[in-house]
Ligand binder design. Structure first.
Ligand code: SF4
Ligand code: MSK
Length: 669
């Protein structure tokens, strides 16, 4: 049952059991959390801010614009459409910049690994060679480290590229999409350049025409999705290993009463990986024992959590909205943070306990936090310094409460390569079985549930949407904090197949996979672009992403990165549904985002705040794509005799159209 803390009227419904337990426990009685602040603020938003028509791009403002009212344009004459488009585009630029700066660090870390500096190595050689091909790097008869170094340097050059040629990774898109981007002039050229140009064009007195502003917003977002984020995901996989399915646990119950609990929070996994290695070193374990602990328990928060969950099975304590709760258990010796989505309130929450907030990146310090700089070339030493600090806190732990009943089993680690193998089976590694199951209607389509959670809407929003999709036989891919929340709801394990419609359940049970596939962190949405492109390549579902019965949503988006992700999905041809966008105050521009973009890129944004309405839109759009592909027609049942089976090269044993058991011999709706 939903509770509202202290009768919190401004709060969205809170259904999360572990959060409820923490908030109602004595140990957290003096802790002020976002739930209290939401209550104090009443969550009433400024109409100009939420409608996107407040401008402070120059010192003649701030100007608050009312659409259609002659005197209520900006002092400079800017209309609601110009202002809302500029603000939207700046949000895309900020989100892309965050992914870009993250990706740059990963590329630099990758170059370090190629040079043999630090503890990281080249783990996925096959993937290294595949990516090297994309960059035109010769791989035959060359040392792995040499290939990796050339790849790292070429990848780094993509950030500062100044010529007009498209980014190398765009070659991975479908030929039709590449041609469209070239025709529209929105193929990104340099990763940093697109963000800079976007900021310039939205400066006072530059680009004032919203269609034109959106062209650059698409190019900026594409430089994130197909450039920065994709590079980051791929190089991180090559360094730390491409995820494969593995069991793990999530929720606050993953913390341990008798061990040193260290939570890693943020986004860039270089430090988290080093901590994972260092936490297994005998000297660290000895130190923990010396201070009275039975061991060292690492747990993740937000997307750093997703990174080490996917690759190492390290448990995740919580997503974005649970970061304060993790500390409010009183059982965490240190929360180690780097960049993005780290709430400024953490230090205040930690003051109630013995917990230290350790910042580790020069780009992200916090008043009241302890800064221990993570040095990439001395990664293990930095990690040990941080661990030692945390271990020494163990004896200071006072009253604590870990909601032990709240931990959930999950199966994670579905990279696009894994989906390939899992659905295709050991002997037929391809997307063919997935496409076949979509074509024959057992799987109606694919939905991506990505992005954050926030305090505005009910915290079971993801779950509500996904249950509806599963009932309607739609396979779900999840990333980011949305994936964590679905994990907590028990939807990331194979047993969740029971929530599916008959045909999706049969597919999941035959293969043994969960109906919701965890594909990683928010940067890893690039995996979804590759998976979608792979589906197109397999054939039978059109010749571009815009033809696929597939759709995305970030219902509880919080970060600017989610808007960048939404825009790169749309510019790649995939429809998205968001709960709201700060554009409603500009009629023409809003209509352009939610309808007009289709003419240009084959997809548009959809807005709906009610979870069931979001699910309904997603199902409807998927069925529209199926209709357009002609795969919703009933197929005539064909009974195959032995000669026909021989022609197909198929044995007479019972066959199914799932997994590695063989192709379908008769299909009907
Ligand atoms: Fe006002 Fe125009 Fe300046 Fe914006 S750019 S603050 S609309 S005068
Ligand atoms: S951490 S961007 S709250 S997904 Fe990637 Fe979660 Fe959203 Fe941050």
């Amino acid at each position: 049952m939903a509770i509202k803390r202290n009768g919190c009227e401004g709060c969205a419904d809170l259904t999360c059991v572990s959060t409820q337990q923490i908030l109602s426990h004595d140990v957290a009685k003096n802790v002020r959390t976002a739930y209290d602040r939401v209550k104090a603020r009443g969550m009433s938003a400024c109409l100009f801010g939420s409608g996107g028509t407040c401008c402070r791009n120059c010192n003649m403002g701030p100007c608050q614009i009312i659409d259609g009212v002659e005197d209520m344009v900006g002092v400079c004459g800017a209309t609601a459409d110009t202002v809302a488009a500029r603000n939207f585009a700046r949000t895309v630029a900020a989100g892309s910049a965050a992914h870009t700066d993250h990706a740059r660090e990963m590329v630099k870390g990758f170059i370090g690994a190629a040079k043999g500096e630090g503890p990281h190595q080249i783990k996925d050689v096959a993937k290294l060679k595949k990516l090297a091909e994309v960059f035109g790097i010769v791989t035959e008869d060359r040392e792995i480290k040499e290939i990796a170094l050339e790849l790292g340097e070429k990848a780094l050059a993509e950030f500062g590229k100044q010529d007009e040629t498209p980014l190398s990774m765009l070659k991975r898109a479908t030929p039709k999409r590449q041609a469209l981007w070239n025709k529209l002039g929105i193929a990104p050229r340099g990763i940093d350049r697109e963000v800079v140009e976007m900021m310039h064009r939205t400066h006072m007195g530059v680009d004032q025409e919203y269609h034109n502003i959106m062209l650059q917003a698409s190019r900026t977002a594409l430089s994130d999705g197909w450039g920065a984020s994709m590079l980051s995901t791929e190089l991180t996989d090559i360094m730390f290993g491409t995820p494969v399915p593995r069991r793990a646990i999530v929720d606050l119950g993953v913390l341990k009463a008798d061990q040193v609990n260290i939570t890693v929070h943020g986004h860039e996994p270089l430090l988290a990986e080093a901590l994972c290695i260092a936490a297994q070193e005998p000297e660290m374990l000895e130190l923990a024992k010396k201070h009275g602990a039975k061991g060292i328990n690492l747990a993740g928060v937000c997307c750093t959590g997703n990174e080490i969950l996917m690759r190492r099975g390290i448990p995740v304590a919580g997503g974005f909205i649970q970061q304060e709760m993790v500390i409010a258990t009183g059982a965490v010796e240190a929360m180690v943070v780097d960049v993005q989505c780290v709430m400024p309130s953490l230090v205040g929450v930690a003051k109630n306990f013995h917990t230290d907030i350790i910042t580790t990146n020069y780009r992200a310090k916090m008043p009241g936090g302890i800064h221990i700089q993570f040095e990439e070339h001395e990664a293990l030493d930095s990690a040990k310094k941080i661990l030692s600090h945390a271990i020494k806190n163990f004896k200071k732990r006072g009253k604590s409460f870990i909601p032990q009943t709240t931990k959930m089993d999950v199966v994670v680690g579905f990279s696009h390569e894994t989906i390939n193998t899992m659905l295709g089976g050991r002997f037929r590694a391809s997307y063919r079985p997935l496409n076949d199951n979509i074509i024959n209607g057992r799987i109606r389509g694919v939905a991506a549930i990505v992005g954050c959670d926030n305090f505005k809407l009910a915290d079971d929003t993801h779950e509500t949407i996904v249950r509806e999709l599963l009932k309607n036989n739609i396979l779900v891919l999840a990333t980011g904090c949305a994936a964590t929340s679905l994990g907590k709801a028990g939807l990331l394990n194979p047993e969740a197949a029971r929530f599916c419609g008959d045909s999706l359940r049969e597919v999941c049970e035959t293969v043994g996979m969960p109906p919701v596939l965890h594909m990683g962190s928010c940067v890893d949405n690039s995996r979804i672009l590759i998976a979608a492109t792979e589906m197109v390549r397999q054939g039978g579902l059109g010749d571009d992403i815009s033809d696929l019965p597939a759709i995305g949503t970030a219902p509880l988006w919080m970060s600017e990165k989610a808007v960048a992700i939404g825009q790169y999905f749309v510019a790649s041809g995939a429809q998205v549904v968001f709960q709201n966008l700060p554009t409603s105050g500009a009629k023409n521009f809003n209509k352009y985002l939610t309808e007009g973009l289709t003419e240009q890129v084959g997809a548009h944004w959809n807005i709906a705040s009610d979870p069931l309405e979001i699910a309904r839109i997603m199902i409807e759009k998927i069925e529209e794509k199926r209709d357009a592909l002609g795969i919703n027609k009933k197929k005539e049942r064909v009974l195959f005799d032995m000669d026909m089976r021989r022609d197909l090269g198929v044995a007479s044993a019972p066959l199914t159209d799932v997994g590695c058991h063989g192709p379908t011999v008769s299909k009907q709706e």
